[in-house]
Design a protein around this ligand. Structure first.
Ligand code: ATP
Length: 590
């Protein structure tokens, strides 16, 4: 029960804005229950006055009233149910948007900890489970409670002593619900977890289908899916079996109650203390009374099942973004692009040691600073700090002298553009993929950026040109071509500071050479941090920083560092031809 209360406290505020509709729905529900009650009383009147007496004149009055009540009941029933669905869906919409928005702000390590499929399940199945509790649950509870009260009052009005007997039996329903609720909740939680695991396996399998085929891993993948699918099947069958058991048990209890009433009624009629009309109406009330009582018990089960979803969603909502917008951000200004790291150290959450240690350097506006070093040295971590995926554990990073945490996140990311290591392609056309660098960019701007990125020619050679649809993992274009599209996207963004993380990674030497020119175009006139193992651009760089073991090991120009004969000279290799770097990454030298 405590969990239900907590879930309510957390999710009820999301009904704000729709509460008056909830009030209308509840009113409709109450009127519908009243109409139902009235129609049963009219049925009793008809039985006693018209049916048993065989009097047609006594028929018309109650018949007309019954029809009127039925039409009213149908109208409010329709209105209430339609409104309830609409409100419930709006709640789902809002909750999903909330969780989705929150997830988008979470730091990279959150996504390393949670499998994608599991997150998908939380954003779909769990969101719906909570709606079942918060909106449909509330409407259902109110509706069942009012109906039960009305039918109970009517039953008391007809025969209080018989009604009392009926109510004595009512706790049997609640007992049955209580017995089953814990086990049903467990089964429901297992089912959700298994659902998430299946989605994850399918997604991951589709993601690395090439690996599966190349390494003949079909059987392993099938086994993985089979394991999760069996866990899901077990949980789902167990859940269904428990619900069915509960249903059937309740049926038997209900039959027992109705038979008790009829038995007592027969006794009363035989003693002349009750009319047949009264008994039929009474039996009808009892018949009508049990479903709401039953659904109150059932609602208990829905609620407990939904708490499983609430807990899973709560885990996401409780995860905090690693950085937040300042309360009073420094007002925007035309950024020049002066960057400075002052004694920056950083340790990833839960990591045993620092990934960066006491790093200090500056980059003047328009400078090209190349950052290199062995694999795992901390180069990409620098880019994550610059774009504020994380804040340093020690030290500060400034842009034009202003510490990054004092800037609005939106402003910061408008001015510091990241070209990440992975070639990120969105589902959409080539035009849309480039345009996401600057939403609202004109076709001419997009084409201009594509030309600068040496992408225009191959794009226009495609049958659909800029309207060619792309999808993540698309095979229609080569890795180098896709990279050039992302460079076009970064060119379009026109940010004064650029962070390029391994722009030539994953490209062969020919493809890598092809993007050098677009890269030069992209970096000219902007403060650029070029993180790379590929030293093709090294002679162009104003300065080279060598990171080793999280520390700034060397700094200088290409010529200076080669002459020094340290880590850089080792990384750059002895020959001017293409050689293999310290970590087996292809290193190119001019
Ligand atoms: N999310 C994380 N949690 C914990 N440690 C991490 C995380 N990401 C990176 N690290 C660690 O931080 C160190 C620096 O990683 P980083 O990715 O910055 O290296 P890099 O120099 O960019 O390597 P590469 O050249 O291979 O891309 C590594 O030791 C890595 O294991």
């Amino acid at each position: 029960m405590r969990e239900v209360r907590e879930a309510f406290r957390r999710f009820w505020p999301l009904t704000r804005g729709d509460r008056r509709w909830l009030a209308v729905i509840v009113t409709c529900v109450v009127v519908a229950a009243l109409a139902e009650t009235a129609s049963i009383l009219l049925f009793a009147e008809l039985t006693d006055n018209a049916l048993r007496a065989g009097s047609l004149s006594a028929f018309w009055g109650p018949a007309g009233a019954w029809l009127g009540v039925a039409v009213l009941g149908a109208l409010v029933g329709y209105l209430g149910n339609s409104l309830a669905t609409w409100t419930a869906e709006r709640f789902v919409l809002r909750l999903r948007a909330d969780v989705f928005g929150h997830v988008q702000d979470l730091p990279p390590h959150f996504f390393q900890k949670h499998r994608q499929g599991d997150l998908v399940e939380r954003l779909t199945g769990d969101v719906e489970a909570i709606e079942q509790m918060v909106v449909s649950g509330v409407v259902g509870t109110v509706s069942a409670a009012f109906s039960a009260v009305f039918y109970a009052c009517a039953a008391f009005y007809l025969r209080w002593d018989l009604a009392l007997v009926t109510f004595v039996l009512a706790p049997l329903f609640l007992l049955a619900a209580r017995r089953f609720s814990g086990r049903i909740r467990e089964a429901s939680r297992d089912e959700r977890v298994a659902d998430g695991a299946i989605t994850s396996v399918v997604e991951e399998s589709l993601g690395h289908v090439v690996l599966t085929q190349a390494y003949n891993r079909h059987a392993d993948e099938a086994r993985r899916l089979d394991r999760e699918a069996r866990a899901w099947m077990r949980a789902s069958v167990r859940g269904a079996r428990l619900s069915e058991m509960y249903e059937q048990l309740v049926e038997v209890v209900e039959t027992l109650c109705v038979l008790t009433v009829i038995g007592l009624g027969v006794w009363e009629i035989s003693a002349g203390r009750m009319t047949l009309g009264q008994l039929l109406a009474f039996a009808a009330f009892v018949g009508y009374l049990y479903p709401p009582i039953r659904s109150l018990g059932q609602l208990g089960l829905t609620l407990t099942a939904a708490t499983a979803g609430a807990r899973r969603l709560g885990e996401i909502l409780d995860a905090r973004p690693s950085v937040t917008d300042p309360e009073r951000p420094v007002p925007a200004w035309p950024v020049h692009g002066r960057l400075a790291f002052h004694g920056v150290s950083f340790r990833y959450p839960n990591a045993p040691r620092d990934s960066l240690h006491d790093v200090s350097f500056t980059a003047a506006p328009g400078e090209l600073v190349l950052i290199t070093g062995p694999s795992g040295a901390g180069k990409s971590t620098l880019s994550k700090l610059l774009t504020r995926f994380y804040d340093p554990s020690l030290g500060t990073i400034t842009l034009d002298g202003v510490p990054l945490p004092d800037l609005g996140l939106g402003f910061l990311r408008e001015n510091i553009a990241l070209l990440p290591q992975e070639t990120l392609i969105l589902n959409g056309t080539i035009r849309e993929n480039i345009a996401c660098g600057r939403p609202g960019a004109s076709d001419a701007d997009i084409e201009h950026a594509a030309r600068a990125a040496a992408a225009h020619d191959f794009v226009t050679a495609l049958p659909d040109g800029y309207d060619t649809p792309l999808a993540p993992g698309t095979a229609a274009l080569s890795g180098g071509q896709l990279k050039r599209l992302t460079i076009a996207r970064a060119i379009l963004r026109a940010a004064p500071v650029l962070v390029l993380d391994e722009p030539t990674a994953g490209l062969d030497s020919v493809a890598a050479r092809r993007i050098i020119q677009p890269l030069r175009h992209l970096t000219s006139g902007r403060t650029t941090l070029l993180i790379t193992h590929d030293l093709t651009l090294a002679p162009d760089a104003d300065r080279i920083l060598v990171i080793d073991g999280g520390r700034l090991a060397e700094t200088g120009t290409h010529a200076e560092l080669v002459a020094r004969g340290g880590t850089y000279a080792r990384l750059a290799g002895p020959s001017p031809a293409a050689v293999t770097g310290a970590d087996d990454t292809l290193v190119l030298r001019l």
